[in-house]
Unconditional design. Structure first.
Lengths: 88, 570
């Protein structure tokens, strides 16, 4: 299992489009994927989960992947956040 | 008085009371199922999910939708296929023995509440996506279709969130004054129908349903794209006057129906319709045009789950041909970019679809599909006057190849003893500069040429006509375009092949005298514009138009061209 903490860096936060991108990317991998914000942990492959996190600009998220391809999963998701989902 | 902005679908003014049409409430039974029924309920669930998923896929594949809408649809599909959603449903059904509808309803109600409780409005608004998906899924499962248009009264203005093409056709019989939708796009099927019926329509109006109340007095200004709610006296008077003028003009235009389309000096011009969907045919018949000069066949392929079979196509073509016989129907074989067919064919994503595999290039790459369409057209030819033309022709070699394929189709039909006319006329669309430049070669291999000005302008000037950033470069009267038109018309004349024009230029009042002056004697325009075009042609003198056209062709800049055009209109 690997964990990585990231900060949301795009102004609009994790709204529908970024959430869609995350779920789409994560679903390609076999590893389990959870996102944790404060005390809430959700399934990162569920759009409902990701959207209900309501993660705003500046919030801190913990990405948790567990499985054979966990490294690749975390790498791709972290890249999405770093690219600000192509918004700016 | 409040004013909202929207995208005008057709010009024209409408004044009338608002009539808000909302989706009917769903009746969800609260029932307990028997444990033996669990598997059945879960199966129903998966079937509905699969079907709705496919429907959404086809909406996403429709590129006439703005990218934003398609992004939303992608999100909707994910909501539908959410692993947690499926898990929760199966839990509710198995453990609590809920009926599937109630389980779905409970799930989404919870989710929507979760969103509504969020403090950040930007996030809480997203609950509407879940409501949308839930509604569609449940109405599918409940198979609920009720007549929620019953409350529409004559001369009212319909206000609704969205409207499907089948709903538009139902609404038309109600004699409403116009309609507005919160969603929608300019070139959706619903919009096409509205345009061809000249019904004042605005789409994509933000917050429409929150701003309008039932029975509010509304004015649609289809020229400016405005919806005026509860107008003050002055505004009302102003629009009443405009509407009266419009009605007078419209009544006058109606008197042209059935009259022969001739110039003041007696030259007969063929005036035909451009059609996108079969539903428009009844209108074409009413207008007594000289037939259909462009039947776009794309609708057959666009929102379908599978390719239309030969019989399906044949039946549609036959019905149209029969209704218009003995007037001609010119079928244009499929003209879309591969991007729009990616759901149907295995086509790779292209960086620049407008310059990629589209039009005839698709057909020549997928010959079995092309042959199905050609055979269907050949079979329909028995029932009237059928012609066929090919889009995106760039070289005469393509026409030669098409002729070989047509020959194969004829031979096959002959062997199968299926009747067809052996002499249907074939034509090339002139919409790529290379085709216009080599129109002498094409004229020798074709029975007619048809100029598609929209693409011809786009490709000659290297301007994407859907890109607002380069709007100012889209100039139909650019001398380069006019010279290509001239060249094509001359080559047609030289080889005794009729040249028709079917792009938007043909229905713009200011260009009509110029086009007449080129010697073009077949115009094909959208049904909504037909009578206006007829009126303009009937006011022109052909001999004078020829002289003016020659003068316009001598101008060096498009600014001078426009000056001349304006001068000649006076």
């Amino acid at each position: 299992m690997i964990k990585k903490t990231i900060i949301i860096d795009n102004q609009l936060g994790m709204h529908a489009r970024p959430a869609t991108m995350i779920v789409k990317a994560a679903s390609k991998y076999r590893a389990e994927f959870k996102i944790k914000k404060d005390d809430t942990e959700i399934n990162g492959k569920s759009i409902m989960g990701v959207m209900t996190l309501a993660a705003e600009y500046g919030s801190s998220l913990e990405l948790i992947a567990d499985g054979v391809d966990e490294e690749y999963l975390i790498e791709e998701i972290a890249e999405l956040f770093a690219s600000k989902f192509g918004e700016e | 008085m409040k004013i909202l902005e929207g995208i005008p679908v057709s010009t024209g003014i409408a004044i009338g009371p608002a009539c808000i049409i909302e989706r009917p409430k769903l009746n969800i039974e609260r029932k307990r199922i028997h444990p033996d029924e669990v598997a059945l309920e879960i199966r129903k669930f998966h079937k509905a999910i699969t079907e709705l998923g496919e429907e959404i896929d086809h909406l996403i594949a429709d590129l006439s939708q703005p990218q934003d809408n398609r992004d939303i649809l992608t999100t909707h599909k994910m909501i539908l296929q959410d692993v947690e959603f499926a898990a929760n449903i199966s839990r509710l059904v198995k453990n609590e023995l809920c009926g599937i509808e109630e389980a779905i309803n409970r799930h989404f109600t919870n989710v929507v509440n979760l969103f509504n409780d969020m403090e950040n409005e930007y996030f809480s608004l997203r609950s509407s996506d879940y409501e949308d998906v839930a509604y569609r899924l449940l109405s599918k499962l409940l198979n609920q279709k009720s007549n929620y248009f019953a409350k529409l009264s004559e001369n009212s203005i319909m206000i609704t969130k969205n409207i499907t093409p089948s709903e538009v056709t139902r609404v038309f019989n109600k004699n409403i004054a116009g309609f507005c939708t919160e969603g929608g796009s300019k070139n959706s099927h619903s919009s096409i129908i509205a345009r061809s019926m000249n019904l004042p329509t605005l789409v994509d109006i933000q917050d429409l349903l929150q701003m309008v109340n039932d029975k509010d007095l509304l004015i649609i200004d289809g020229n400016l794209g405005k919806l005026i709610i509860n107008p003050d006296k002055k505004t009302q008077d102003h629009y009443q006057k405009l509407l009266a003028e419009e009605k007078t003009q419209l009544n006058y235009l109606q008197t042209l129906i059935g009259k022969k389309c001739v110039t003041t000096d007696g030259k007969v011009i063929k005036l035909m319709c451009n059609i996108e969907i079969p539903e428009e045919i009844s209108n074409v018949v009413k207008l007594k045009s000289d037939g259909v000069g462009l039947f776009r066949t794309e609708f057959l392929f666009m929102d379908k789950n599978r390719l239309p079979s030969e019989d399906q196509q044949f039946e549609i073509y036959r019905d149209i041909v029969k209704q218009l016989s003995p007037d001609p129907v010119v079928f244009r074989t499929i003209d879309v970019g591969g991007d729009k067919l990616s759901g149907l064919l295995n086509i790779e994503h292209e960086l620049n679809p407008n310059l990629g595999t589209r039009g005839i290039r698709i057909s020549l790459k997928h010959i079995p599909i092309f042959k199905v369409q050609l055979r269907a057209i050949l079979r329909a030819s028995v029932f009237g006057n059928v012609k066929v033309m090919f889009p995106m022709i760039s070289t005469v070699g393509e026409i030669l190849r098409i002729k070989e394929i047509l020959k194969e189709c004829r031979e096959e039909l002959k062997t199968e003893k299926i009747p067809f006319k052996s002499d249907i006329k074939i034509g090339a669309m002139i919409e790529i500069p290379s085709a216009a430049i080599t129109s002498d070669n094409l004229a020798q291999e074709c029975d007619f040429l048809s100029i598609g000005t929209n693409d011809l302008v786009q490709y000659t000037l290297a301007v994407d006509r859907d890109n607002e950033l380069v709007d100012e470069y889209y100039i139909p009267h650019h001398p380069s375009v006019l010279r290509l038109l001239k060249l094509t018309a001359d080559n047609g004349y030289k080889y005794n092949v009729p040249v028709a024009i079917c792009g938007e230029m043909a229905s713009e009042e200011k260009y009509i005298p110029f086009l007449l002056g080129l010697g073009i004697n077949e115009f094909s325009v959208s049904p909504g514009r037909l009578l206006m075009v007829k009126n303009t042609i009937m006011k022109c003198n052909y001999q004078k138009a020829v002289a003016k056209t020659n003068q316009i062709l001598k101008e060096n800049t498009y600014i001078d061209v426009m000056k001349r055009i304006e001068e000649f209109r006076l």
